[in-house]
Design a protein around this ligand. Structure first.
Ligand code: XIL
Length: 458
């Protein structure tokens, strides 16, 4: 039974929330389907173990269902693609590009000119500027040429700035042998080979402020110069390997700082992309449920930059599951959105709900559709294939939620920022939602079926 009051409430809710109406009746929403709706890219790396078939089947299933952009953890780096001089190795990269195309995903190439993961043979030429220039140019021409038209964006230069008192990173073989102009050249060479690819400068610690002492401040000056000189740079990648601020009081990064960088780059007509996000806790500490919920909120704050800033279009996470993550080497743990058993963590929910509830401001609606460039792939078919058709339905009467089609459901209620506010297990027919008046998202899960819907309680 449904009271007139609640029917009116739902109708009002649908009217008020606009786009919510369509999503309210979608069978099973994924990060991917909601990313598409919001005109952004949400992704995760393919971990190195995937390339050797070393991951369980549900890893790939999750990856292609939830994400619409992909990058290889290690397999397109210099040591992987040109392990010995002039001999190129593309097998793994080809495998990823094929996977991405089959599943309608955008592809990032990572990374062309970087001081790390450079094969030893390059160091033989460290005092020979002319030879090093040839080595880098030849590498770029071959690698970018091989995937021309198939890789949508490249990290052309990675981590060229040092951490303290920002200046160029002096111990890079490219910087030592060539000088900072290796950067300008790398962009020009890449653009010449694949003029349609978006070209990024990628680095970490860019969420630590934009004053001249901070890395992002130094970078901004360089971007201004590159743009003024006609160097083909289209984007800055912010790796965003950050630490939970409550467990590490010394960590100084913040989503607000990264947002300031996005706004400064917008003035230069350059995009910002979040390219390697993880939000780890210190190794060795006990991570509680509320720590994980706070972590979810930080994931959501970084997502808000992508949703709200017109020149930010990508939210890429450096791993899928905490089981396969590079963070241990950084003395951090549990920085991703799926746990060790590939179950979604509170951070996953927080991202999902935020994508579900976000509505672009009226006066900028339409601007968002220009966020993605023309190289974008249409992944609609892929989404349809993986959508889990569900026979679940829900009706609200005052605070009582009636569920049909479920035998043993878990009911969760989130606020509009993705914070969990109520949950109940083993629900058969109905449950009383103990929440204050307001707008919420309800998710019902019953075995493999799930349903999300916005509600208004008053
Ligand atoms: C890391 C990989 O995750 C590790 O497997 C590898 O051993 C080292 O590199 N910044 C980058 C990435 O640009 O390429 C790094 O990836 C993480 C930091």
């Amino acid at each position: 039974m449904m009271s007139n009051h609640s029917i009116a409430g739902l109708a009002l809710c649908a009217t008020l929330l606009g786009t919510g109406l369509t999503s309210a009746f979608a069978a099973d929403e994924t990060l991917r389907s909601l990313a598409e709706k919001n005109n952004i890219y949400v992704g995760a790396i393919l971990n190195s173990q995937w390339f050797n078939g070393g991951l369980p089947g549900n890893y790939e299933q999750i990856h292609k269902t939830q994400f619409n952009i992909v990058v290889a953890e290690n397999e397109m780096k210099f040591d992987a693609t040109e392990p010995s001089e002039g001999r190129f190795s593309y097998g793994n990269g080809d495998k990823m590009v094929k996977y991405a195309k089959a599943n309608g995903m955008r592809v990032r190439g990572h990374a062309l000119a970087w001081h790390s993961q450079v094969p030893n043979w390059v160091n033989n030429y460290k005092n020979d500027k002319q030879k090093l220039l040839k080595v880098l140019k030849n590498h770029i021409e071959n690698v970018v040429g091989h995937w021309k038209g198939q890789i949508d964006e490249w990290d052309v230069v990675n981590e060229a700035i040092s951490n303290n008192e920002p200046q160029w990173r002096s111990y890079s073989v490219w910087y030592q042998g060539i000088g900072p102009e290796f950067i300008d050249s790398a962009f020009v060479w890449t653009h010449a080979v694949d003029p349609d690819a978006e070209l990024c400068y990628n680095d970490y610690n860019l969420e630590q402020g934009i004053n001249s002492k901070a890395k992002a401040g130094f970078l901004l000056e360089q971007v201004k110069r590159w743009v003024a000189n006609g160097i083909p740079i289209h984007c800055v990648g912010s790796q965003t390997h950050v630490e939970d601020t409550t467990t590490d009081k010394h960590f100084i990064g913040s989503p607000d700082s990264l947002r300031s960088l996005a706004k400064e780059l917008a003035k230069l007509n350059v995009k910002l992309k979040i390219t390697e996000l993880d939000i780890g806790f210190k190794s060795g500490i006990n991570v509680s449920k509320s720590d994980l919920e706070r972590q979810g909120q930080t994931f959501r704050q970084y997502l808000d930059i992508v949703l709200e800033e017109p020149n930010v279009d990508t939210y890429l996470i450096w791993g899928v599951s905490d089981r396969w993550s590079w963070l241990g080497g950084l003395n951090r743990q549990q920085g991703l959105i799926y746990d060790e058993s590939l179950n979604p963590k509170p951070a996953f929910d927080s991202i999902l709900v935020r994508l579900q509830t976000y509505e672009p401001p009226q006066d900028t609606a339409g601007k968002d559709s220009t966020k993605k460039d023309s190289t974008a792939n249409d992944s609609t078919d892929a989404i349809k294939t993986f959508a889990n058709m569900s026979s679940l339905s829900m009706h609200l009467s005052d605070r009582t939620l009636f569920i049909t089609g479920a035998t043993d459901a878990k009911v969760e209620v989130f606020d509009m920022q993705g914070r969990p506010v109520f949950s109940a297990k083993n629900v058969k027919g109905s449950v009383n939602l103990k929440v204050a008046d307001g707008l919420y998202v309800v998710r019902i899960r019953d075995g493999s079926k799930s349903l999300m819907q916005r509600i208004s309680i008053k």
